[in-house]
Each structure stands twice: as C-alpha cells, then as structure tokens.
Design a protein. Structure first.
Length: 231
C-alpha cells in the first residue's frame, strides 16, 4: 500500500513543473504532473489524491473555470499557483473552493510549508468529544462517521468544510472561537485570516441551511466565532 501523500501538479511550464516535482519528491510526496486541464480531468476522480497544485493560466482553459466546474468533484485540497496578483483573482479562487493561493514567483520553502500545512489540516479532527448523531428536520449530521445527509442523500462537503462542521457539531450550542477554528482547520500561520473562515462558512450555509441569508443552524457571533445551533 502506498502511504505517501499523492500530489497532482497541474502546470504547463515545464521548468516550474519539474522544480515542483523535485522539491516535493525530496520531501517524500508522490507527485504526478499534468500539463493541461484535460489531462488532470481524465485522471479524476482520484480518491488517493491528497492535494492539487493548480496553475490558472493553462493552454486549454482557465484554472478558475476548472474550480467552478470541478471543485465539488474532488475532496483533495487545492492550492492555486498563479502569476496573477490581482486581489479579485485571489478572492474568486477562494470563493470557488481553493484552499490557498500562492503568487508566482514563489519561494520553494514557503510552498513546501503551505503544502505541509494543508496536509496537516486534512489529518482529521482528533481528541474531541464523544461522537454522536445530530438531526434537525431532514438534515442529519453523523459525527461518528463524519458525514452529512439530507433526506437520506449524502451532501458533498470539501475537506475543510467537513472538518469545520465536525468541530462545531462536537460542541453543539457552544461558541467556537474564530482563532480556534483557524488554528485547527488552516493552521497557526492563518490565525489572522478570518476572511478564509467567512468564505467557508458562507459555502457551508449554502449547502446546509434552508435559507442561507437567514441562517438558523450555523450562527455567527460577530467578532468572536461560530456556533452550531439546532433549532
């Protein structure tokens, strides 16, 4: 059995792709290179993939369009690598489900640190309260098996969405502070990046709330944190 994390690199610049392959390979990761969106699409879904490094400017399309179409089709983390420095591109990528955004040119050490942080955050929630099952209406949150269902149909959540929800579900009705969620889900280097958390909570509400603009399940305590409130 291959226990090494598998990283898919979607990058058409051969020099950068080989640099990433070498740097990640030295760290012990299994690296698979793709030069086009069509190539990586042919390899997905890949349940063994832990992380996707995605360039935005590819010969057969835009990485943002790929995120828009494909993000819910994979549970792997996505780190965008792009020479585009505009804030709008960064916000759009995060809104579409990217877990992080690294501008080009980048330092190899910083990239490796971001990769390690992302993979740590996928390690699962541990040492929390005893698992249980929560239900409201036709929504069921199975904390023991880390799954969510509506009317018997499983709801797809990204790795970070699921991890955040499980943290809240293990303390229903209790306030979980922003910094605690950022520390656990993103890592200590993201303690001030509250916009990541706001975006994620908005996406969770869109998937779980009957009326996301007037949430009754996932509540915000402004400036403090969030709570899972069963109506």
């Amino acid at each position: 059995m291959n226990l090494r994390p598998r990283i898919l690199v979607v990058e058409d610049d051969t020099h950068i792709a080989r640099l990433l392959q070498t740097a990640l390979g030295v760290e012990g990761y299994e690296v698979i290179l793709f030069g086009t969106l069509a190539a990586v699409n042919a390899a997905l879904p890949d349940p063994s993939a832990s992380l996707i490094l995605l360039d935005l400017g590819l010969p057969d399309g835009d990485g943002l369009d790929w995120l828009r179409r494909q993000r819910n089709g994979t549970s792997a983390g996505v780190i965008v690598l792009s020479a585009r420095g505009a804030e709008d591109d960064k916000v759009t990528a995060l809104d579409l489900g990217a877990d992080d955004y690294i501008g080009k040119p980048f330092g190899v050490n910083e990239l490796l640190a971001r990769v390690r942080a992302n993979l740590r955050r996928q390690g699962g929630v541990q040492n929390l309260a005893t698992a249980t099952t929560l239900a409201t209406g036709d929504l069921v949150i199975d904390v023991e098996h880390e799954a969510v269902y509506r009317a018997g149909e499983k709801i797809h959540l990204t790795a970070k969405e699921l991890k955040t929800l499980m943290i809240l579900a293990r303390a229903p009705g209790k306030l979980v502070k922003q910094r605690e969620l950022l520390q656990t889900v993103w890592g200590p280097e993201y303690l001030d990046d509250t916009h990541y958390l706001r975006i994620l909570m908005s996406k969770l509400r869109a998937k779980l709330e009957e009326n996301p603009s007037e949430p009754r399940l996932l509540l915000t305590e402004p400036g403090l944190g969030y709570r899972l409130q069963l109506p």
